[in-house]
Design a protein around this ligand. Structure first.
Ligand SMILES: *Cc1c(COP(=O)(O)O)cnc(C)c1O
Length: 427
């Protein structure tokens, strides 16, 4: 496959953009090749600057659950743009989306819109600290919640990919308030909370860990954290930026029946435009400015284009049977990939929840970050390059999840399975 234009653009981009990209994982560093530059997308496909077509399982890292350029979403954005791109004043659309979010997540009584997932988690943590009057927070090793200071401590994907445990520029005085526990290990979390009794404001977690591949919560893990938080007066923040409206309309909380005190959302609720949101119990949300003292603001928050894309997307997801279709396609692909790996004699652990999936190149199932064997990312990088060459776009890291869209046809999935067979045999 010819990548001449992409190579040229990457060289050009590196002159004025750090590393040539505006978000590190896009640089393809962990898969040992240069990135492809995208020129357009349609349905399940993306096209690069050399006009190569790829079946896309990144979906802009999750938002494109309807496939790219759904005509209704495009129309909604165009209409909104014609009426004014931003006013910095309240609009009716914000109420519509807020009501849709509250309806989908019964534990969200009030919700505030922001412009990214990072802002959502950062603000939710500030609110939890303001509400409890405590400074410490607990997160899980391998979970990623955006790049706010308190959260760049043993985070997953990007950082793991680059082998940097914490980022320079994060003062030790900030990081010291962040405690980390092992994902899926309730006893570890309990022990840490006991050792910091009365000092922890919140526990934040991904209810399905999608930034270390795809790791489902073990039976009793979410329930145990809920009980622990209730007993200790700790705010449970369920970060559904990735899983919200992805694994069910009501997200992982609907799927597993465990509810957070605060919830963070992003990705899908913006229909591909920059959005985040955080919401939860009214009693906690009322601590937010202007009603309460915890400050949080945003010039472009509740942006009319983003609200329109979000509302239209959610209305389409609400249709009967939508998530059954995603489940079906995703199960079909997973089965095909597992069989192709087995036929080629390559040990894999294929892990999936709804339309999120990951192939680990090891036989042992992954339950937490350190379960990923050190040799698997290198095997993945060879697999990735072979798939890309066959016209299949996967996320460029072993520590990322794949995303299914409603636009993927059986033909696309079969093409993917065939390409995977070839890639597995070449390892
Ligand atoms: C993507 C993601 C974030 C960060 O969202 P951005 O919009 O990239 O800032 C936070 N939490 C989780 C679980 C995510 O997957």
């Amino acid at each position: 496959m010819n990548h001449q234009q992409s190579e040229k653009l990457f060289a050009e981009a590196r002159k004025t953009i750090p590393g040539g990209v505006n978000s590190p994982v896009r640089a393809f560093k962990s898969v040992g090749c240069n990135p492809i530059f995208i020129s357009r997308a349609q349905g399940p496909y993306i096209y690069d600057a050399d006009d190569n077509q790829y079946v896309d399982y990144v979906g802009s890292w999750g938002p494109m659950i309807l496939g790219h350029c759904h005509p209704k979403v495009v129309e909604a954005i165009q209409q909104a743009a014609a009426g004014g791109a931003s006013f910095g004043a309240p609009t009716e659309k914000e109420i519509v989306l807020a009501e849709m979010v509250c309806e989908a997540y019964p534990n969200i009584e009030k919700v505030r819109m922001v412009s990214s997932g990072t802002e959502a988690t950062m603000s939710a943590i500030r609110l939890a600290r303001g509400y409890t009057g405590r400074d410490k927070i607990l997160k899980f090793d391998g979970c990623y919640h955006g790049h706010a200071y308190s959260l760049l401590v043993k985070a997953g994907s990007g950082l793991a990919t680059f082998g940097v445990p914490t980022s320079p520029g994060v003062p030790a005085d900030f990081a010291k308030h962040t405690l980390t526990a092992i994902y899926n290990d309730l006893e570890d979390a309990k022990a840490i909370i006991a050792a910091n009794k009365g000092e922890v404001a919140c526990i934040i977690l991904e209810p399905i860990a999608g930034n270390m591949g795809c790791v489902a919560p073990r039976d009793g893990f979410l329930e145990g954290l809920r009980t622990l938080c209730d007993a200790e007066g700790i705010v449970l923040i369920i970060d559904e930026v990735m899983t919200g409206f992805r694994v069910a309309y009501g997200g992982a909380q609907e799927r597993f029946g465990v509810r957070g005190d605060l919830v963070t959302l992003g990705k899908i609720i913006g229909g591909g435009l920059p959005v985040g949101a955080f919401g939860g119990k009214q009693e906690i949300m009322d601590y937010l400015s202007p009603d309460g003292g915890v400050y949080q603001a945003g010039t472009l928050s509740g942006n009319p284009l983003a609200m329109s894309a979000g509302i239209t997307t959610l209305n389409l997801l609400k249709q009967d049977g939508f998530y059954d279709i995603i489940e079906e396609k995703s199960a079909y692909l997973s089965k095909g990939l597992s069989e192709a790996a087995a036929n080629a004699g390559v040990p894999t652990s294929l892990q999936r929840v709804g339309g999120m999936f990951c192939t680990y190149f090891q036989a042992e199932e992954v339950f937490n970050f350190s379960d990923v064997k050190p040799e698997t990312p290198e095997i993945f990088s060879r697999f990735f390059r072979s798939m890309l060459d066959s016209g299949i776009n996967l996320a460029p890291s072993q520590y990322e999840s794949g995303f299914m869209s409603a636009a993927h046809s059986t033909e696309d999935l079969d093409k993917t399975i065939e390409a995977a067979g070839k890639a597995f045999r070449s390892l």
